[in-house]
Every structure is written in C-alpha cells, then in structure tokens.
Design a protein around this ligand. Structure first.
Ligand code: GAL
Length: 725
C-alpha cells in the first residue's frame, strides 16, 4: 500500500550555501513551510531574500525490499534548487511555483539518510517570472509542503477525472497514467459520494500504461455549484489478478463551466456574472511561506467576506491548500502560469511550457478551476509561443477553456476567452468574445487604510462603478479586480515603502472601504451588510463635513440618525448604479447636522431595513479619541506541528468598535506557552488596524497572547494547541 508522509518537520537551515560536509551545528532547526528570511510588513527589500541557502534533513527509512519506490515531492521551492541525497546530487529544478517529484529509490540507503538542498532564491533572469521587471516579490525558501511517498512498484501515477455530459446524461471519462504496465493489470474505479458511500463500481482490464476508462450508468448526480459545492471522490484501485497493488483517491465535482460567445459565462447551463479579485500568494512577515490554514483562510476571505465568486491566481499556480479550499466552498478560479510582461529565450519558454504542463497535471481535478491561463501576464504577442501553450493546454485538458491576459487591445486572440486588463477606469467595448476583464483599478488608484476620506471613498466607488458597468454589459463575462490584498513589490512599483496598496484589503487581509462594496453585494439572505464609508469627522474631507454620506449595504433602506435627530430613511442609488443587485446609498443633505465647524457634532447611527424590518445597525462615534483595543484571532485552535499559524488582528477603535485610522498607538505583545509571535513586536499602529501571526510549537496545550498599549491597557486571547492528526 502506498504511504504519503508529510515531510515538513525537523529540517535544518542556514542562510548561505555551505559545503555538504558542514556540521549540523552550523544550521538552525526549522519546520516547513519556511521563508529564507522574515520581514517587516512593509519596506521589504527584495535584495534581502536573494541568496542561496542550504536546507538539510536527516531521516531514517527502511529500504523497501519489494521494489516499492521512494519518492520525494516538493510542492514549491523558490526559485531553483539542487537536491543531494547522502552527498550525491539527485535532482535540479528551476521554477518556484509548481511542485516536482524526485525518485530516490535507487539512491536511498537502509537506515539513516541525509538530504541537502541548495535553494537559490536569486531573481534569476533565466527563470520565469524574471528577466525584466516584475511587480511583486517572489521571496525564497522551501515555502510549501514536502512529502515522502512510498509507492508500490505497480502504482497509479495520475488520474484525470473528467465529468462529461454533466447536464444531460453524465458519465466519467477517467484518464489513467500508470507507472508500469504488464499484461493482466486491471483497474477498479469506484465513485463515492460526499459521505464516501459507494455509488458505482467497475472493473476494467487494462491494455496500456495510459488508458481511458469510462464510468457510465451513474445514479442521479449532484452538481458542483458556487452555492452548493458538492464534491465526489473517485477511488482508483490497481489490481494484478485479484491482488490490490495501489489505491488512490481523487476528489472532483460534476460541473459544466463554459464561456460562450454570446451571453458570457455559464455554470451548469446557467448564466453567472463573474465578480472577483486577483490574489497574490504573499503575506506580511513570512513572504510566501504560509501554512495550510492561512492559505485556506484567503479563499474564505475572498468568498465569504468579500462575496466574490471568482479569483485569479495572479500570476502563477498557487498552493494546493488554497485550491482545495476553493473547491470546498465554491470559489471559481482562473489559474495562471508564472510570468510578468516579459518573454525570455527558448529555454525560458520551455520552462513556461513545462510549468503549464505540471500545473494542469497537478490541478485538473479541481472543479473550481474554470480557466487555464496560457499567456505570460501582459506580455507582447508571440503567436508561435502562445499557439504552443494553447495547444498544450487543450491536449492535456480537452474540456477547460484557456485565457491569455493582455493589456493592449490589438493583441492577437489565440485563446478561447479574450481576457483583458482594463485600466481605462471604465469598461471598454469587448473586441472579441467570449470576453473577461481580468484586472481593473490597481495602480490607477492605490489607497491606504489611513488615506483621507475623499480618496478612500473614490477608491471604493471606482470598484463600484466598474462592477456596475460590467454587470450591465451582456458581452462581458465578468470582472476580476486588481486586487484582493496589498502586496510587497519591487522599487519600480508601489508607494515607496515597497508596497502596492492596490488591495481592497490591506496586506493583513483587513478591509479598506472598497472591501465594503464587495461585501454589500452578498445576498441579504446570507447576511445583512451595512457599512458607512466615513471617518465621521468634521474636517477630514476637502471642504469638511460629511456630505454626501456613502453607505454600502444590501438592505432596502437605511435610516440615518445623528445624535437625537432622525434625518430619515434613504433608498439605494439605483439611478447611478442600475446594474448592481445592491447599489450604494449616497445620502445628501447632511451638512445641516455635520458640517465643518458646527457647534456640536453628534454620533452617527445607521439602521438597515429589509422588508420594513430593522436588521442591522452601525454606530460611529463623533469622538475620535481612542477608546478600545480589540484583539481577534482567526482560529481558536492550532495544530502542534511547528508551523501552523493563527492571524492575530488588532484594532484601535472608538466606543462602537470602528477602527480609528489615525490612531498611532504602539502595541506590545507577550506570549505565554509554546509558540512564537511572527511580526513586528512592538507594532507601531497605522490605519487603526494590524496583525501578527502566532505560530504553534510542537507541544499540545494552550498559548496566551497578551497585547498591551499604555493608553488602553491590555487584551488577551488564549488558543488551544492540539496534536496534528
Ligand atoms: C497590471 C499587472 C499587475 C499589477 C497591476 C497593478 O498591469 O498585471 O501585476 O502590476 O497592473 O495595477
């Protein structure tokens, strides 16, 4: 039977290239995922991660005597590496965004073995995305999981489960790839429902190491949808005679996703307007080395907090944990290859092709993925190259469509979907169909949480405007904004402190006001939303006052109460935003109660009504002196695996919990228990909000984190640390 062991724990690390003969005492103990460097949350210097480091792991193994294979799988090493087993080089890899496997069977020793990995995190011009400028940081290290697999000699290498005729008479076309082939091989395919009940089983005699098996006569199937992401499992059992040699499980969903020339995008035959954001895989402090929990949390944030139905993995294949979560929650994905505006020489292009193949072979069973990106983001036309990338994608996956993101309209249309970064601050007429907007806003309007009110409102309304326009245009399948979260970047981009403040959330995944627009499009059946976009001050805007007051809400009506005065109930601005399900409320006439220099300035109270009933309210104090420090954790429980992390967010607020963007408190953290605070400590507050990570140790128990600021006292949070399964 195959064994797949997570191989993340108990590595050694040194931040330079040392001879393999170097003693262990020159290294420090670490666990994966690992960033070769920790950073501040901004002012990140990309030189800081550009070096070769050495990772080492000692391990014991019983050398399988039965011909089983020993395979090491790296899910992501940035940016290139050389792997040595017992001082002998066994592998080299170029490219940091997709995994690779190394067959160690012939080089492994009985008992003790030592693995040494030189990880080159320099921005090497011979490896995508580098060669020219890049507007993001790649960071460095063995930043995703590593697995050790013991595979029976006769094993299944890959299973591509392709649901066909989903809406008419569904069946499965299962493409198998075996490691070996001999006469007498059989395969048993078993379809299991979400509770792992067996639905259908079939034995097929095999004639080849690559073979397609059809599984028909399925019971009524439950389609995978954004609102009901139902997942099935296909078990593939390799038999020689009656003996089971290998068994693999592949999770997938029955769904039909299609961009059509007329009418945009259809999921399971139904029209669906796509609304989404781009995501970079990078985080404050830890570069790209986020453990599973943080990866999954990003998907949750984009789906549940921002109400999006699609995400683009700009600009590279992302973590399996992120994609798995997208499947589980029904968040559609446009998955991209690595690159940014530049195309290199033939060897460089070959790396792109190899990576495209590896991405499709890794990810084709994800029902969430609806489009393969086969063009280096915003690169010039190269018809020969992009004809090859398209052909490769279609050959590997005959069903999914391709997209190729460009930023100039005359670009040749070689893909199935014309995917365009529209930075016109409006929406241009689609030059081809099907058509999808893959970026907007971004550098056209950077915004920081602590920016003035005018700018933050304009930022939020730019996102609102573009979504309104795209929703009203029948030939636009959807629009994916730039971007979900602020990110670290190179000197040629960003706001000077090496951050691109292009997110609708900050680098900590905490909202700016533009996030409230996306939230307000969530159905009120899921949750009522009401968020005023105002600092509610007399003098933050040009001209002072609060007129007009913009409120993002999915309610029918919003009642405005200032102090004791009930100003009235207001309706959403459907006239200016006719295509939005929930247009913003733009409320004029408040100057009488809240203009610059009024004698008294009162608190604001907003009440949201649905079907005439009050369902949600927001209070904002007129007194901006910091009243509270709030502390929140993203999880109550961590795994004692040495790398799991909780996000600990903190806010300086008014008495009603609204963050105060100009609070300048300094927060000190203290930890009690086995774990580590990753982040700035003390943390100088900016924007009224921030976060650090709390990393678990390897001992179950409890950890308490205390946050202190002299003006507002202290807050504590206690987390449980439990044994990993
Ligand atoms: C695009 C690019 C993104 C990002 C964005 C900023 O041109 O594809 O990576 O740089 O601009 O708005």
């Amino acid at each position: 039977m195959r064994k797949e062991l997570l191989f993340n724990q108990n590595w050694l690390f040194v931040d330079r290239k040392v001879p393999i003969s170097t003693e262990d005492d020159q290294f420090q103990p670490i666990d994966l995922p690992h960033s070769n460097k920790l950073f501040k949350h901004h002012n990140i210097d990309n030189q800081a991660y550009q070096f070769v480091s050495t990772y080492r792991k000692h391990f014991e193994i019983q050398k399988p005597g039965d011909g089983s294979q020993v395979v090491l799988q790296f899910d992501g090493v940035m940016l290139a590496c050389e792997v040595f087993l017992n001082k002998v080089e066994v592998y080299q890899h170029k490219g940091g965004f997709i995994g690779f496997e190394i067959d160690l069977t012939n080089s492994i020793l009985e008992g003790h073995n030592t693995l040494d990995v030189y990880v080159d995190s320099n921005e090497r011009k011979d490896i995508p995305p580098f060669g020219h400028l890049v507007d993001y940081l790649t960071y460095g290290g063995i930043y995703r999981d590593v697995w050790l697999k013991i595979l029976p000699y006769q094993h299944v290498r890959n299973v591509f489960v392709q649901p066909r005729q989903v809406l008419i008479d569904p069946f499965l076309e299962i493409k198998l790839e075996l490691h070996t082939f001999e006469a007498g091989y059989q395969v048993r395919t078993r379809l299991l429902d979400a509770e792992f009940n067996l639905l259908v089983e079939k034995n097929t005699a095999l004639a080849n190491a690559r073979q397609t098996v059809i599984l028909k006569d399925l019971p009524a199937i439950h389609v995978w949808d954004v609102d009901d992401p139902y997942l099935y499992t296909l078990e593939t059992i390799l038999l020689v005679g009656e003996q089971e040699m290998d068994r693999v499980s592949s999770r997938f969903g029955f769904r039909e996703a299609e961009f059509r020339k007329e009418g945009g995008f259809f999921l399971n035959g139904e029209h669906l307007k796509l609304t989404g954001l781009n995501r970079h895989q990078t985080y404050p402090y830890i570069g790209a080395a986020a453990p599973a929990r943080l990866q999954r949390q990003d998907a949750d944030t984009i789906k549940y907090e921002l109400g999006c139905n699609v995400v683009r993995t700009s600009h590279y294949p992302q973590s399996p944990h992120f994609l798995n979560r997208c499947d589980e929650i029904g968040l559609l994905v446009f998955e991209e290859i690595a690159g940014w505006q530049h195309i290199g020489d033939e060897d460089w292009k070959q790396l792109v092709l190899d990576e495209l193949q590896a991405m499709i072979e890794r990810d084709y069973n994800h029902p969430s993925i609806i489009l393969w990106g086969v063009r280096v983001n915003e690169s010039p036309d190269d018809d020969t190259f992009y004809t090859r990338t398209n052909a490769l994608a279609h050959q590997l996956d005959p069903v999914r469509q391709t997209g190729g993101v460009r930023c100039f309209l005359g670009s040749h249309f070689l893909e199935d979907v014309y995917t365009y970064n529209d930075f016109s601050n409006t929406v241009v007429e689609p030059p081809h169909k099907p058509y999808l907007i893959t970026e907007y806003a971004g550098h056209m309007f950077p915004a920081k949480v602590w920016d003035g009110e005018d700018r933050l409102i304009e930022h939020a309304l730019l996102h609102t405007k573009i979504q309104n326009l795209q929703r009203g245009h029948p030939d636009i399948s959807g629009a994916i904004g730039w971007c979900a979260f602020d990110y670290g970047t190179h000197i040629e981009f960003g706001s000077g402190d090496r951050i691109c403040y292009h997110g609708v959330m900050d680098i900590f995944r905490l909202p700016k006001w533009a996030a409230y627009f996306y939230q307000s499009q969530i159905s009120p059946k899921d949750k009522p939303v009401l968020k005023a976009v105002t600092h509610w001050t007399m003098g933050d805007r040009s001209g002072g006052g609060n007129n007009p007051l913009t409120v993002f809400s999915n309610c029918d009506e919003v009642e405005v109460i200032i102090g004791e005065i009930n100003v009235g109930k207001f309706k959403p601005d459907a006239e200016n935003y006719p295509h939005l399900q929930h247009p913003p409320f733009v409320i004029y006439g408040l100057n009488e109660f809240s203009a610059w220099g009024q004698r008294r300035f009162y608190d604001l109270r907003l009440v949201g009504y649905l079907d005439g009933k009050p369902v949600i309210e927001q209070n904002i104090s007129s007194n901006k002196l910091p009243k509270k420090m709030l502390l929140k954790t993203s999880t109550a429980e961590l795994l004692a695996d040495g790398s799991d992390m909780a996000q600990i967010s903190f806010f300086i607020t008014d008495e009603f919990d609204n963050p105060l963007p100009y609070a300048r408190n300094i927060i000190h953290f203290e930890l009690d228990g086995e774990g580590q605070i990753i982040g700035e400590n003390p943390f100088p507050m900016m924007g009224g909000q921030g976060a650090v990570y709390l990393k678990a140790g390897k001992v179950p128990g409890v950890i308490t984190i205390t946050a202190r600021t002299p003006e507002l006292g202290e807050q504590k949070i206690t987390l449980k640390v439990i044994n990993a399964a």
